[in-house]
Structure formats: C-alpha cells, structure tokens
Design a binder for this molecule. Structure first.
Ligand code: PHE
Length: 352
C-alpha cells in the first residue's frame, strides 16, 4: 500500500474514531473503542504494521500520521472520558441517596434474664457484707459433692440427691455445697475469716413440676471463723430477708437435717404478702420456707483441714429460682427456662 493511502487511512480512521467517541454512552464503551483502534488487533495497529514495507524516507511520514491519529484520538477520548465520569458519578450519587426522613428500623434489644438479675442482686448484698464470690465446677467429684460433705459412699441421704453420673467418681453436682470444701481447703486464716458465697447450676433427680426442676441454680454461703454460732447465721439471714423481701421481714428457724450441718435448720421468712395473716403464697401459715442452713458439722471442717476445736462456721444454700418466683409472683419454675420473650421482657430494666 502506498504511503499516501496509509496516511489517508490514518486520517480517516481518526475521524471515525472521534465520531464513535462522541457518541459513546459510558466509560466502559470508551474503553472498548480504545481497544478497537489501538489494541493488538486494532485498526490503527494494522496500519502501523505496514511500516516494515516502507522505504526509509516514507517511514517517518507514516510515523507522523500515526502520531497524528493518537493526538486526535487522545484529545477526544480524554474530553469524553471526563464528561462521562462526571455523569456516572452524578448518577451513582443520585441512586445512592439516603432518605433520612424514613422511619428507622427498631432494633430489638434483649434483657438480662431475671435469674441473672436476681443472682447479681444477691451477690451484691453479700459483697456488701464482705463476702467473696467464688466459682466451682458443675461437673464435680464424688469426693467433694458427697464425701467431704459428710455423705460417705452408701449413705442413705444420697438417695435424695441422685444425679447424672459421668462415671463412679464424677457427676453433675447436686448442690453448690462442694464449693464449701474446695474453698476451705484453700483458705488461709492468717489473712482473715472465710466468708464466701458461690452461685451456680446444680442438677438432681426431681420430678419436674411447677416448683421443681432437674436443673436449677443455687447460692451457697459459708462463713468460718473463731466463735461463729447459729446466732450469726440467724442475724445474717435476717438482713438478707429484709434486703430481698422488705424491711418488715422476720426469720424463723425450724429444725431440719443435712449431713454437713449440725444443728441443721430450714429458714422461713415472714410472709411479705399477708404480713402473717395467712394467704395463698404462705399457704395460710404466715411463713415462707426460703433456704436450708446450719452450723457446719465439725467433721466437715476437719475433712477440709480446719481445726474444729478452734474454728466454727455456718452455711446456707438457697435456690435462686425460688427467690425470683417469690419476689415476682412467678407461678411456674418452667417459665424461667422456656425463653418465651413475653415472659422475659417483663423484667426489662431491672426488677425494682
Ligand atoms: N446443700 C443443701 C441442698 O442443696 C442446702 C444447704 C446448704 C443446707 C448449706 C445447709 C447448708 O439442699
């Protein structure tokens, strides 16, 4: 092909390219036009390939024609690209406009479970009396759950607390009392008396009904020091009853039996609903049973390495569910575990 023909072609191509560029609708289309002309298989590239067939005099002429194409092409391209980018950005901004006048979507916020709230309130009360809060394992050794609590193997009182066994020596704990032994073993009396509570889950054989569950939560309490007596227990329980159920509450102790306390007592509080007159909550007695407790059996102290001649203590175990049921008039323990938000949200924002 002659140099003139090639020059004409380059100029013609530039014109066509400019027309195409002008009518492009998007930057994407623009890029395609660039490929169409200057890409590997592009139309201008085909002209450039003719270079090797030209004489040395003709070569610079074609070079100029090619540069001319590029100049025209790039100018038109650059200008159009700027305009298209602006338009595309404007379109994007318009499409992404947020209507701030739309009503928001309400985020459902959860509430702390009423048993958690009750547990923490009881913890706060005892922390205020200088107790420490300690944790114990839910999967417990027979040694701590029973033996160190004065329930040797084959003791008949074990029957009342049958549980899930992992093997002969390992089980789900039936009460929080094993934490008593674990804490006593560790305690250093040169640092002061032992005063602790231990909240947590317990498991035992029970026929589940409105007031019983095979899994529930307890709070264990234990104080050991010199000269601790049943009177200290009664005073502590009185303060507790008044803090949880009102200033007017009184405490009544009834004899009972636990292998790990001697004497053992059930503690009742005076009924907060009828003030003793008799109602359905106190089953017409004026008193409501609230927990089991007693003076720590000397053998229990000794088994955990404490000199029972020098030290004495009291212990109690209360059910968190029971406290929450009484305070909030919950008639069935199973409500706590069913996760029905109609029940749970009643306790939003605390329970005072
Ligand atoms: N561990 C007893 C129970 O679960 C409660 C208790 C604790 C009684 C401490 C006396 C002293 O029934």
């Amino acid at each position: 092909m002659s140099i003139e023909a090639l020059q004409n072609q380059a100029a013609q191509l530039a014109k066509e390219a400019v027309t195409q560029i002008e009518s492009a609708d998007s930057t994407k289309e623009l890029q395609q036009i660039r490929v169409q002309y200057t890409g590997k298989k592009g139309e201008l590239t085909a002209i450039s390939k003719e270079m090797r067939n030209l004489s040395n005099e003709e070569k610079p002429l074609l070079g100029q024609a090619i540069s001319g194409f590029h100049e025209t092409f790039n100018n038109a391209f650059g200008e159009k690209e700027t305009r298209l980018k602006e338009a595309e950005l404007a379109a994007q901004l318009a499409a992404e406009t947020i209507d701030v006048t739309l009503p928001g979507r309400i985020q459902a916020t959860g509430t702390r479970h009423i048993l958690t709230q009750t547990r923490e309130e009881i913890e706060d009360f005892f922390l205020g009396l200088g107790y420490q809060v300690v944790d114990g394992p839910e999967v417990e050794l027979d040694l701590y759950n029973f033996e160190k609590m004065n329930l040797p193997k084959n003791h008949p009182a074990r029957d009342m607390q049958d549980t899930f066994y992992i093997d002969d020596e390992v089980m789900l704990r039936t009460h929080t009392s094993p934490v008593q032994a674990r804490t006593m073993e560790q305690h250093d009396f040169t640092k002061g008396p032992l005063k602790m509570i231990s909240p947590g889950k317990v498991f035992r054989r029970d026929d589940d009904d409105a007031t019983h569950s095979h899994q529930f939560q307890q709070i264990e309490g234990l104080v050991v020091d010199e000269h601790v007596t049943l009177a200290d227990l009664k005073g502590t329980l009185l303060l507790f009853a008044q803090a949880m159920f009102g200033e007017q509450r009184e405490i009544r102790l009834r004899p009972s039996y636990f292998p790990f306390t001697e004497p053992s007592v059930e503690a009742d509080i005076s009924c907060f609903k009828c003030e003793g007159a008799g109602c359905n909550i106190c089953k017409q007695t004026g008193w409501i049973e609230i927990l089991g407790s007693g003076v720590v059996h000397p053998d229990v102290l000794e088994m955990s390495g404490i000199d029972s001649k020098k030290y004495s203590g009291f212990a109690f175990g209360l059910g968190i569910e029971r406290v929450a049921m009484l305070r909030h008039n919950v008639d069935d323990i199973r409500h706590f575990y069913q996760n029905d938000s109609r029940f749970l949200t009643q306790f939003k924002g605390g329970h005072k």
